[in-house]
Structures are given as C-alpha cells and as structure tokens.
Design a protein around this ligand. Structure first.
Ligand code: BG6
Length: 497
C-alpha cells in the first residue's frame, strides 16, 4: 500500500463549513487523513458560515456528521478528541465586506502555514467571496482557493466566475474540483493506459469499434429537486465527470504526469469534439426523465412528483434526469470511432464503467461449427466492484469438435488490494495542501467543456427536444437503446459485463 506522506502545516478555511458537502464529504475525509497521521500537530480546520454557533455547538455538529457519514467502526473516540481540537468556527457573511476582523485575527499568527480557502457554496458566491477574502488581507501568494463544481451554468457564467476569481488569485492558486478525478479507479486509467505497453498500439480507431461510458445512479434527485430543475443531467454530470472520463480515455499520451502536460492533452480532446447542432441533435442525443417505478423492489415516485412534494416553484417538465449522447472526436486517432455516453438518476443500479469494444478479427479461420468469434471487450469498472475485465476467446476443453468460448480475464482491485478505498475528496484535499494541481481543472478546460455543452443546450432549445419518459429502475428511455440500435450496436448491461 502507498505510504501516507505527511502534509506541511496548514490552515484550511471552509466557506459553507456547516453545509451538506462539508458534513457529508469534506469533514469525514479530513477525519480519515487526520487518523492516518497525515497532519502536523498545529494544522487547523476553520469552518465559516453565517450561522451563530459556539465552538462547542460546531464541534457537536461535526461529531454528529461523522457518526452519520463514516462507515461502521470508523468513528473512534480517541481520534475524535484529537481531531476536534483542530476544529474552529467563525461566523461571517461572505457577501459583506465588513466583519472580517475575527477571521483576520485568528489567521494572523499563522503566516508560516499553507492557507487554503475552500468554497463549498453556490457558484454565484465564488466571485464576491474571493474578493472579500483578498480585500480582508487573508490571502498571500502562497494561498490557494478551491472552487467546488459546478463552475457556472454555461460558458458565460463560467467565464464570469473565472474572471472574478482570476482578478484576485493567480491561475496556479485556483483549484477547480471535479471529484471524479480523485477516484482511485479514475486515476488507475492512466496506469492502465500508460504503464502497460499492451494497449497503446491498439488504442485507436483501427482496433477499437466504439467506446461506451456509463455513469448510472439508482438515487433520485433527493432533496435537490429545485436545484436540479435548473441544472439537469447534462450540466450536472456530462459537462464535468463524463467529459473528464472521455478525455482520459481519448487523450494522446502526455509527455509526463506533470499537471500541464496532462491538461494540455485533455484540452485537445475537448476541442476535437464534433459540435452537436440543431441539425443532428435529435439523432445523436437522448434526454430522459424518470417517472414512478421501483428500485430494488421498492416503489419510488417520479421526478415531477418529487418537485411537487418539495413545494418547488420551478417547473421540472423540461429537465432531463437522463442523457445519452453519441460523441464523435474529429482527430486522427478517433475519427469514425464513436464514444457513447449515458448517465441518469433512478436507473436500475449504481455503476460507473467504461467499455472499450475492440473490432472483430479480420478473418475467421474457424469452421462455423466452432461458434462465433466474439470481439474482445475491455471493461474498466470505476465503481462499485472496481476492476478491469478483458474478454478473450478460448477453446472449450474436451475431446469433441473445436468449440470457441468467450471468457473473462478479470482483475478485481478489492481482491488485489484488500484495503479501504479512500474517498475521492481525501486525495483531492491532500493534493491541494501539497500544491499539486494535476487533478484539478484548468480554466480553459472548464470553458472548452462548456462550449460543447452550450451547443447541445441551444440545439435542444431550438428544436424543442423534450425529455422522454422512463420508468424508475430501468435503463433509461427506449430512445437510448435506439440511439445505438441505429448503428447496429447495443449498450452492454453493466451487471453482466
Ligand atoms: C455530483 C452530482 O457531482 O456527482 C450528483 O452533482 C451525483 O448529482 C454525484 O449524484 C455522483 O457522484 P458519485 O461519486 O456518487 O458517482
């Protein structure tokens, strides 16, 4: 197992420090890193929010969150007692330029420590918060600022945020999070592609028929119906997570793992994505919205009902909770090899995987009686059951005739490395503290992704493409199957691949 490398002393200031993300992800992740001894004694975690809370009340809130969100057996009284002494709370309205003295004074004695500002809040507050932080004199050239996704809701708003934050922090100080980049198995994609000589000669149009990237969730929109109705699956999942996965599969080998080498290659892929316009949008995209159905035998309401239940004023009729896209990359490596993307909520199961479908053999030398020669398929399972599966043709043993059979060559990471998989946020937080931006999105990356996504949204608007209904617990609308059927292909069932 990789050794824990301690990080230098830090002050991590979390704006939105009592919010959902902080409670569900950030604080549990920090607790784990603390428990593994990665923090120096004097490192501090400072939550900032508008609420009036005493230090004890805040620590009580964190304790409850850890007990709620850590897995069984992970909460430990001794570790908690040490961890809680790192926790501090400050009340501050980030919109106001006034009242920053308390935080100023608290941080003032600590210029030796790395200072990180984590903005776990609505993107509409990123600009004003960044400005107020710097005007209050809290940041210097060594400070870093972390922006949670989404950075904007379209290209214009993303540019606006990037300009506002960029006016007070240098690009090297800005860490834009896409938590998929912190997942172990997503990182493993680089190992698979660039630490094995086997795949690279085949990693191209001549050998690969098509690629499928599926990110399926069985949860619905939960208590986020209102936010979701303004966002939809395209903005929530494709603009960031799905496009990052596509880039990691499709990019040219970077010269090194250096952050700019990798990001320069990803950008080239984003720029080579064929635009989707009102001419072809109906042919290459599918929008879906779940209606009532059943997940694992349990009845669940439809999306429209959830919106009503949450007394939302928003109309969700035009919001997609599912998207499927046939993406084409116009470059020498991938021309003619489509990448099919699909993601959705309330699907049959939770799974994320990438399937590389190789082309069939050029010519079969076997008699018909040997059976079909099935083309090889590489499946990279990102979650759950992380691993890699390669189907291979073999001869069925036995004295009878010559029979062929497709068999899996299956690598399970949980069997190879029987240990706890750290949450993506644990790695990402440590990378910010170490000052390594490789796993974060550069400004031009975010903006290029929005450029492609905005065209799809415009095309949906101009052609009035409405979401097709699908049953909760299914694999999305029938139109998603037809998308591949038109190309004489089909989605692989994640449960059996
Ligand atoms: C978030 C989306 O970025 O990713 C959520 O906003 C989604 O809607 C989540 O549920 C999925 O992340 P994971 O790590 O559970 O696959």
């Amino acid at each position: 197992m990789a050794k824990f490398v301690p990080v230098d002393p830090f002050d991590l200031v979390i704006f939105g420090g009592t919010g959902d993300l902080a409670k569900r992800k950030l604080l549990p992740s920090l607790y784990h890193r603390h428990r593994d001894g990665q923090f120096s004694e004097d490192s501090r975690i400072i939550a900032v929010s508008r609420g009036e809370l005493s230090q004890d009340e805040f620590r009580g809130l964190v304790r409850d969150a850890l007990q709620n969100y850590l897995h069984e057996g992970e909460f430990d009284e001794d570790a908690w007692s040490e961890f809680s002494s790192r926790l501090h709370y400050h009340e501050q309205d980030v919109m106001s330029a006034m009242g920053w003295e308390g935080l100023q004074k608290f941080l003032d004695d600590s210029h030796e420590r790395i200072r990180v500002f984590y903005l776990a809040m609505s993107p509409s507050l990123f600009g004003v918060t960044a400005r107020n932080i710097t005007e209050a004199g809290l940041a210097d050239k060594r400070s870093r600022i972390v922006l949670e996704k989404p950075v904007g809701s379209d290209l214009d708003s993303a540019r606006d945020i990037n300009n506002q934050v960029g006016a007070v922090f240098d690009e090297e100080q800005i860490y834009r999070i896409d938590h998929y980049l912190g997942k172990e198995t997503v990182q493993n994609l680089s190992a698979l592609r660039f630490a094995n000589s086997l795949f690279e000669p085949l990693w191209r149009r001549g050998a690969i028929d098509h690629v499928q990237i599926s990110v399926a969730e069985h949860i619905g929109v939960g208590n986020r119906a209102e936010f979701y109705s303004r966002t939809g699956a395209l903005r929530d999942m494709v603009q960031n997570h799905m496009l990052q996965l596509l880039c990691l599969v499709a990019m040219e080998p970077p010269t090194s793992m250096d952050h700019d080498d990798v990001r320069n290659e990803k950008i080239k892929v984003l720029k080579a994505l064929r635009p989707i316009t009102s001419e072809n949008v109906k042919r290459v995209t599918v929008r879906g919205q779940y209606k009532a159905g059943a997940i694992k035998g349990e009845a669940v309401p439809g999306y429209a009902q959830e919106l009503t239940d949450q007394n939302s004023d928003e109309s969700g009729t035009n919001t997609e909770t599912f998207v499927a896209i046939k993406a084409e990359i116009d470059n020498w490596r991938w021309s003619g090899t489509p990448f099919y993307l699909r993601t959705g909520k309330r699907l049959a199961t939770k799974t994320s995987e990438i399937v590389i479908q190789f082309r069939p053999v050029a010519h079969s030398i076997f008699d018909e009686s040997a059976g079909e020669v099935v083309a090889n398929r590489l499946t990279i399972r990102l979650q759950p059951n992380e691993g890699v599966n390669l189907t291979m043709m073999s001869k069925e043993p036995g004295p009878g005739g010559f029979k062929l059979k497709s068999l899996p060559l299956n690598l399970s990471f949980s069997e190879a490395f029987p240990l706890r998989y750290p949450d993506a946020y644990e790695r990402l937080l440590m990378e910010v503290l170490r000052g390594n931006p490789a796993l974060f999105m550069r400004r031009d990356e975010v903006e290029s992704a929005w450029t492609w996504i905005d065209q799809i949204i415009d095309a949906w608007d101009s052609t009035s493409q409405k979401p097709d209904a699908y049953l909760a617990g299914s694999w999305g609308p029938v139109e998603a199957a037809l998308l591949l059927d038109r190309d004489q292909r089909e989605w692989f069932d994640p449960e059996t691949s």
